[in-house]
Structure formats: structure tokens, C-alpha cells
Design a protein around this ligand. Structure first.
Ligand code: PAF
Length: 281
């Protein structure tokens, strides 16, 4: 069943909640792939009713060309979701409907998380993400909401958002789903040429080698090695590679005992921006 209006889905969910049914939410921007479908499958296992929101959120794009080019495939997405057994409600509102008028981001402070990596390179991005998720959480009032670890920084920010807005929802992070050659699944992969798609396995190969080197080499060495490797790649342009402390996502300069680190990467293949990350210890 597909809903375009907040009031109508809210009414339907109220009926479900009155029957004591639990609600899971999988927020997406559509162009669904196996990564999303894995989240939906898990949400269906853990809830009676699953809402999949499909909404390309204008306020989280710092680049209008990227927003215009973002794939919109509601008909195909609906067909994919209809293949599941279980109760799935699709929520696909227009921007003015979800935002109740002015499509504008609220300003958030996520304890500094918003200034790291994606926050540095995509100005205002996390205000947009926080705003739209706050609206979705309030419209749906889910018990649980599911997010992929490909957007690991986003996942940490969503946990902060829920605390800031005092929302009674449990945030569940799910493992990255990859193409057979290693590229992390993403809606943006649809925009890659076959040659770019093939070459993009280089990103995960780099992360795996960075993880292999991490225990025996300094952070500076791993950083230099990655940057050097990309300098010689004609298809992919490195935007950033960072090793960060998982607790605060601050760039790590030196390894410290007892800390947990993760490597984060953003790469351009032509105009298409791809991100990925990996646990290092
Ligand atoms: O990860 C995404 O697809 C988006 O950032 C999200 C969480 C659906 C918010 O628009």
C-alpha cells in the first residue's frame, strides 16, 4: 500500500498500533537495491508492520546537480517491495507535504560529529538528514528504525538526533551489503558507467589493504599509501581517506591503546560520489 500524505499513513498506523502491532521504519531515498532490501527483510522479521519511506530529501543535498540526477524509480521500487510477504506500507510524500510548507533544514548540533568527514565536504548535509528524519520519526512513530553502516557517520548522527529530539525509537545499524566485486551497494551505483562500476572495486580493495596494514604500520603510513594508490588511478578521484576514532569520529593521528578505529573514504567516479568505510580493529 502506498501513501503520499502524512495524515493518511498516520491514521493507518494508529489502527495498527491499536491492534498492538509493532512498527519498523526503513528510511530511504528510493532507487532501492539489495542493501535496502536486506534492511527491509530484517525489519519484517523484527516488526509486525514495516514502513519504507521513499523520499529524495532536498535539504541534505549541497549540490543541486546531484539532487537533480538522483535516481527516482518509484514504480520499480514498489514492485521490489511487493515481492515481500508481510505488511509493508510505502510512504512517498512530496517535499511540501512532509515539511508542511517551507522545505528548510533545522540547525542541529550533534556534539561535533557533524563537523567531521561528510560534514566537512557536504556543507549542511547533516542538518538536512536530521531534519527529514525528525519529520519521518514524528509522522510514523516507529518502534525501531533501520540504517546501513555504509553511512556510518549518518548512523552515529541519527543516534544523537534521537537523544536530542527525545524520540522513543530504537536505532538499528546493519552491516554493509556489497556487490560481488566488493563495491558497497548504493543507489548512486546506478549512475556509474560499466567501466566505472568495474573499476570501483578498487575502493574496497584499498580499504581491505588499509585494514591489513593498520596493526603493523602508523596511521600516517596507511594514509600516504592510500593517497599514493589513488594518484595512479585514472578513473577514480579520492576526495578523502581518514582514519577516525569510532567514539567521536575525529581524525586519528596516532593509535592509542583501547581505542577503536575505522577507515572512511569518499571517491569520485566522474560526477558520481561514492563512500565506504571499514572497521580497522
Ligand atoms: O541514507 C539515506 O538514504 C538518507 O540519508 C536518509 C536516511 C533516507 C535520509 O534522507
Amino acid at each position: 500500500m502506498i501513501f503520499h500524505e502524512r495524515e493518511l499513513i498516520h491514521k493507518e498506523l494508529l489502527t495498527q498500533k491499536n491492534k498492538n502491532r509493532s512498527i519498523g521504519l526503513v528510511p530511504t531515498m528510493g532507487a532501492l537495491h539489495q542493501g535496502h532490501l536486506t534492511l527491509v527483510a530484517r525489519a519484517l522479521r523484527e516488526n509486525d508492520v514495516v514502513v519504507v519511506s521513499i523520499f529524495v530529501n532536498p535539504t541534505q543535498f549541497d549540490n543541486t546537480r546531484d539532487l537533480d540526477k538522483y535516481p527516482r524509480t518509484l514504480v520499480e521500487d514498489t514492485k521490489l517491495l511487493n515481492k515481500f510477504e508481510g505488511t509493508i506500507l510505502i510512504f512517498a510524500p512530496e517535499p511540501r507535504e512532509l515539511y508542511s510548507g517551507k522545505v528548510r533544514a533545522k540547525r542541529y548540533r550533534f556534539g561535533g560529529l557533524e563537523h567531521q568527514m561528510e560534514g566537512k565536504y557536504r556543507k549542511g548535509h547533516f542538518n538536512g538528514v536530521g531534519t527529514v528524519l525528525n519529520l519521518l520519526f514524528r509522522a510514523i512513530e516507529p518502534h525501531k528504525a533501520y540504517f546501513g553502516e555504509k553511512d556510518f557517520q549518518q548512523l552515529q548522527i541519527v543516534k544523537k538526533l534521537v537523544a536530542i529530539e527525545k524520540l522513543p525509537v530504537k536505532i538499528i545499524g546493519c552491516k554493509i551489503v556489497r556487490e560481488p566485486h566488493g563495491l558497497a551497494m548504493s543507489s548512486r551505483n546506478k549512475r556509474l558507467t560499466p567501466a566505472q562500476f568495474k573499476e570501483a572495486s578498487f575502493i574496497y580493495e584499498t580499504l581491505l589493504e588499509a585494514r591489513r596494514r593498520f596493526p603493523t604500520h602508523s596511521i600516517a603510513h596507511v594514509q600516504f599509501w592510500v593517497e599514493e594508490r589513488f594518484r595512479n588511478n585514472k578513473t577514480l578521484r579520492l576526495e578523502y581517506f581518514e582514519i577516525a576514532n569510532v567514539k567521536n569520529l575525529r581524525t586519528a593521528i596516532r593509535k592509542r591503546k583501547g581505542n577503536t578505529y575505522r577507515a572512511f573514504i569518499a571517491v569520485f567516479a566522474g560526477e558520481v560520489r561514492l563512500i565506504d568505510n571499514i572497521a580497522l580493529n
